[in-house]
Design a protein around this ligand. Structure first.
Ligand SMILES: [Zn+2]
Length: 70
């Protein structure tokens, strides 16, 4: 395996880039936190989307993370 000059810049920035992307992902997930059901009147739902939890955003993030783990 040969490391090219462009690869060096990519590797050097990866730690910072990873932190920034992780913070962005946490911010998105914080917006889509679960609001628990109340006395059987509602089901658990997303605070932002106001749809049953997990909403499509949380599902998309979870699916992408599961895909990156394999
Ligand atoms: Zn949501």
């Amino acid at each position: 395996m040969t490391i090219e000059p462009g690869d060096r810049a990519f590797i050097a920035a990866s730690r910072t880039d990873h932190s920034v992307m992780s913070a962005a992902l946490r911010a998105v997930l914080d917006l889509h936190e679960v609001v628990p059901a109340v006395a059987g009147l509602f089901t658990d739902h997303c605070r932002t989307c106001r749809t049953p939890y997990p909403c499509t955003t949380v599902t998309a993030v979870a699916t992408a993370l599961e895909g990156s783990a394999s």
